[in-house]
Ligand binder design. Structure first.
Ligand SMILES: Cc1cc2nc3c(=O)[nH]c(=O)nc-3n(C[C@H](O)[C@H](O)[C@H](O)COP(=O)(O)OP(=O)(O)OC[C@H]3O[C@@H](n4cnc5c(N)ncnc54)[C@H](O)[C@@H]3O)c2cc1C
Length: 441
């Protein structure tokens, strides 16, 4: 059985590993990157807490000893399902079974202006771009005399009060307290403002009331201004206009307010559900197509426990992949001795961290809630378990311990060929007057 898996994220990797060296399977795993990305820690890469390599794992290394899994670094562009073929940017590939595990990308809900000017954080590369931009802004502040321009550079707005927005706001607020004043003694960080803008009436809206309340309090204690029941409506790179009539002057807007499934061409519109996800049955088989499956963030499955689809989280992706691997093995053996397993998700709990010693955790059975240090410890342990590769796990652990003791990391590196103040090329802004030496604030 030739199984082609498109996407080496949580679902694709789990499926490929479950079919690794299993007789009867020839597996091809393809991804647009040559590494697996551990998305839950992107925010730590963006805020210089972890190196990008700590949360990235080369796909080829994972299958060094494999007899049947082969890797292709290429992008799936189209499915020709009547010919059992996919078209990629590197040519055509045949399959017996195609598994779409292409995950999701940032959803700007059609707002082109925000898409062009705000920063998304849906890949390691985007997390690094964000890190570079934030650091370059501080470099610009140091050499600028124009106070309005400085204030704009020192204002960061994060849109979306879900786990990503909350974790990122908390991490930036901690940088402001513990790191930045020592890196940039010339800058008056009392002028630095961090806003978290959320359309709903609470942060962490999908978690318990307690978690929402606690996360809001933690953020406010760290100095983040949380604006609820408000949407970002326009952003031109300088002015962020909000639905409550207010506006913010900011050089950095980070968009963490929505995702949409990555679907290649060739999937009929009738098979696409809300959030650009592909409708699948309880076996993750795309509705009405015999040999195409979809897993994880890109799949939309209705079940008795989740009549409106599963949450787009790593555990759903991993468990769907496990279930599909078992089913494919039964199908390959052409065994009638067992029925194929339907998928259902049993939520073990949700977690989010806001900062040092600050996290929230909800456990559904038995119903429990943790906050503060205990939740933070659970959060760290779980993330360590989920990260791929012993070396990565160790590096992240050592980094966290080092950070906990010293309050600092030495990862604030800007990898650009030469540095020129952003004002020179950004949106035709007037170039601020440069000063030869560092000027005390
Ligand atoms: C910032 C952030 C924080 C998160 N935090 C958490 C958390 O704390 N806990 C949690 O459970 N979940 C979290 N998530 C969600 C979690 O990461 C996803 O639910 C999970 O990654 C979904 O797994 P997947 O395999 O479906 O897709 P992904 O892991 O996204 O993998 C998809 C893969 O497909 C590849 N791909 C995409 N398009 C193509 C194409 N056309 N051709 C080839 N390859 C392609 C991508 O490069 C990627 O490697 C977070 C997500 C983000 C962005």
């Amino acid at each position: 059985m030739k199984v082609v898996i498109a996407g080496g994220g949580f679902a694709g990797m789990k499926l490929a590993r479950s079919l690794n060296n299993k007789p009867g399977f020839e597996v091809m795993l393809l991804d647009r990157f040559n590494y697996h990305q551990f998305q839950p820690l992107f925010y730590q890469v963006a805020t210089s807490g972890l190196d990008a390599s700590n949360i990235s794992f080369p796909l080829r290394k994972a299958f060094h000893k494999s007899k049947n899994v082969r890797i292709r670094v290429s992008k799936i562009e189209e499915i020709l399902h009547d010919q059992n073929k996919i078209i990629t940017d590197q040519g055509e590939i045949d399959y017996d079974i195609l598994v779409l595990a292409t995950g999701a990308d940032t959803n700007f809900f059609g707002n082109k202006q925000i898409m062009e000017n705000a920063f998304p954080m849906k890949s390691t590369v985007e997390a690094l771009q964000l890190r570079h931009r934030m650091l370059l802004n501080f470099e610009d502040v140091v050499v600028s005399k124009d106070q309005a321009y400085i204030d704009r550079l020192l204002t960061i707005a994060i849109v979306g009060g879900g786990p990503t927005g909350v974790e990122l706001s908390g991490a930036i607020a901690e940088m402001k307290i513990y790191v930045l004043p020592y890196d940039y003694p010339e800058i008056d960080f009392r002028r630095m403002k961090i806003y978290l803008i959320e359309a709903g009436d609470k942060t962490l809206g999908t978690m318990s009331e307690k978690s929402s309340e606690q996360s809001l309090k933690y953020l406010q204690d760290l100095g983040v201004t949380v604006i609820l029941k408000t949407q970002l409506t326009e952003y031109d790179g300088q002015t962020a206009r909000l639905s409550n009539g207010e506006s913010l002057q900011t050089a950095t807007v980070i968009w963490a307010a929505g995702i949409k499934g990555n679907i290649p061409q060739g999937v009929d519109a009738s098979l696409i559900a809300r959030g650009n996800r592909i409708k699948v049955d309880r076996f993750n088989k795309v509705n009405g197509i015999e040999n195409i499956y979809a897993l994880g963030d890109v799949a939309y499955m209705e079940t008795p426990l989740y009549p409106h689809g599963h949450p787009q989280v790593a555990n759903v992706a991993i468990n769907q992949a496990k279930n599909l691997a078992n089913n494919l093995r039964w199908m390959e053996m052409k065994s009638n001795s067992r029925q194929l397993e339907e998928f259902e998700y049993h939520d073990k709990g949700s977690l989010a961290t806001v900062g040092r010693n600050l996290a929230v955790a909800d456990i559904p059975k038995p119903k429990m809630h943790f906050g503060g240090f205990t939740a933070w410890l659970i959060w760290m342990l779980l993330h360590l378990v989920l990260i791929l590769g012993v070396k990565n796990r160790l590096q992240v652990f050592i980094n966290w311990i080092y950070n906990y003791i010293t309050y600092d990391q030495s990862l604030r590196l800007i990898f650009t060929e030469f540095y020129k103040p952003r004002s020179v090329d950004h949106l035709g802004e007037k170039k601020p007057e440069l000063v030869a030496e560092n000027t005390p604030a």
